[in-house]
Design a protein around this ligand. Structure first.
Ligand SMILES: Cc1cc2nc3c(=O)[nH]c(=O)nc-3n(C[C@H](O)[C@H](O)[C@H](O)COP(=O)(O)OP(=O)(O)OC[C@H]3O[C@@H](n4cnc5c(N)ncnc54)[C@H](O)[C@@H]3O)c2cc1C
Length: 466
């Protein structure tokens, strides 16, 4: 049911002029597809834009940016719509939705891919896997490459090949003034620095150019341990992963074993300490590495084996369909002291719902070899990005998952590096945004003032123009 306040920009002649410039669909609250088009991945967030433009191409993007700017209406840019805080949409304004700009062109000779700004990770993996290649990105196929990359991009290949932004060669962008430009190390290098971690603050990225890597079949899957062994496993993990070969990635998780046939029925619903592995190295080296893993405590299950990389990338997709309630908090961590492990165990015992989870993603290795001022992503010295995610299908549990997530993050915050990964934050205010960017914030604010002085692009973790 639409409750939108109608601004003059959204009726009559003004809207007609926009419609004449646009090839993609223009969706208003009275359209039958409106509710489907405005729905966000996070079912907890319910926004009612006055207009949704599903851009067909760069020309549509330019027209929509100019429309919002010239009529003084709020503009949100939507990539995959996965943002926890719902920053791909807005109330009463215009949503520039890139859902139809999802093309991926792989050049196997240069091992690069040109990816349009609205593609999902699943689309990217599908296209690159045909050539035995991959872009380092996140772990769920429905996530948008747009928001994920602009915030950093953490996934299974981070230790070996770095963050998504470390594999970015350039971006095509539409700026607040409507100009179309390319930013790279050679062109607009200041802007290229800013978009590598600074989010959607600087314009609409219509295409990303990525360096690809030879990643085809991986040896991957989870190891589960009984919850009471969490302290022993975490103490081992904090030492093991940082000296393991960079071809091995393993994120630590606390979760309830989902009731799916691949897992033994007696484990369904058990809260377990988990490491989800991805090994891209020589297959004959995998055995000795995973022997070390299985020697820790007494694993309940070690479901690790060869699989195509996209199979790993989409492993969690069926468990996490769009529309669930999500509330998450996050922090970066340099270390995992014993006192923090006690808190992990306590919050694992209090897991509020079957889908709620905690993940600690390693961001050492190649991600550490980029300096903290080389891109806008500041926490290059952190070893893990942690996220405390309360998840449930039932809106009645929204309060419980939020309370758990906030409590967990606050309990761990004293052991954290101080700020959080921008893509794992809700709308948490300017102090948290500054804590994320640390001494890169002032440079970001100056670049914002150059490219978007009036803060047209402000539905994001907002950098205020200096
Ligand atoms: C289930 C799930 C799994 C996740 N897994 C990972 C993971 O493994 N690794 C990781 O790093 N992150 C992960 N994330 C976090 C994810 O990176 C963020 O939620 C991110 O914001 C999603 O981007 P999006 O394009 O889907 O979102 P949207 O909500 O569409 O956009 C998010 C923000 O980015 C901006 N934006 C998006 N596309 C563009 C563009 N083309 N040009 C300009 N601005 C743009 C939007 O304006 C908005 O401010 C996950 C999130 C979820 C919900």
């Amino acid at each position: 049911m639409a409750t939108t306040r109608v601004s003059p920009a959204f009726s009559g002649e003004v809207l007609h002029r926009l419609a004449q410039r646009i090839r993609g669909p223009l969706i208003q609250p009275t359209d039958p597809v409106y509710d489907r088009a405005r729905a966000l991945y996070n079912g907890m967030i319910d926004k009612h834009p006055a207009l949704i433009v599903q851009a067909a191409d760069v020309a549509d993007v330019v027209a929509t940016v100019e429309f919002a700017r010239d009529n003084g209406v709020l503009l949100a840019v939507r990539g995959g719509g996965h943002n926890g805080g719902g920053l791909g949409s807005c109330d009463d304004g215009v949503v520039l939705d890139l859902i139809n700009m999802d093309g991926v062109r792989v050049d196997p000779t240069t091992r690069t891919a040109r990816v349009e700004g609205g593609a999902t990770l699943g689309q990217v993996d599908h296209a690159t896997h045909a050539f035995g290649l991959a872009v380092p990105a996140g772990i769920i196929g429905t996530t948008g490459i747009g928001g994920l990359t602009l915030g950093g991009g953490i996934g299974y290949l981070a230790r070996q090949y770095g963050l998504s932004i470390d594999n970015l060669l350039g971006v095509d962008m539409v700026l607040a003034n409507g100009h179309f430009i390319t930013a790279s190390a050679q062109e607009h290098p200041d802007l290229f620095w800013a978009v590598r971690g600074g989010g959607g603050n600087f314009g609409v990225v219509t295409a990303f150019l990525f360096q690809l890597h030879p990643v085809d079949t991986v040896i991957a899957g989870p190891t589960f341990w009984p919850l009471e062994q969490l302290p022993e496993v975490m103490r081992w993990y904090r030492e093991f992963i940082v000296q393991a070969p960079e071809e091995l990635n393993g994120f630590f998780a606390i979760l309830k074993v989902p009731p799916v046939p691949v897992f033994p029925a007696e484990l369904h619903g058990e809260t377990v300490a988990t490491i989800v592995w991805c090994y891209t190295g020589a297959p004959d080296q995998a055995g000795p590495l995973f022997d070390q893993v299985q020697a820790v405590g007494s694993p309940l299950l070690h479901a690790v084996g060869p699989m195509p990389y996209p199979a790993l990338q989409s492993m969690f997709d069926p468990l996490l369909p769009p529309g669930l309630q999500w509330y998450w908090r996050a922090d970066f961590f340099n270390e995992i002291p014993d006192a923090a492990i006690e808190q992990h165990l306590a919050y694992a015992r209090a897991l509020p719902t079957p889908l709620s989870t905690m993940h600690l993603y390693p961001i050492d290795g190649a991600a550490h070899r980029v300096g903290r001022r080389d891109t806008a992503f500041s926490y290059r010295d952190a070893t893990w990005a942690g996220v405390f995610a309360g998840i449930d299908p039932d809106p009645a549990n929204a309060g419980a998952i939020k309370t758990w997530s906030v409590g967990y993050q606050e309990a761990l915050h004293p052991y954290s590096a101080g700020g959080a990964y921008v893509n794992f934050m809700m709308e948490e205010g300017q102090d948290r945004i500054r804590a994320t960017y640390r001494d890169n914030y002032d440079r970001l604010a100056r670049i914002k003032a150059t490219y978007d002085p009036n803060n047209l692009f402000r539905v994001n973790q907002n950098i205020r123009p200096a």
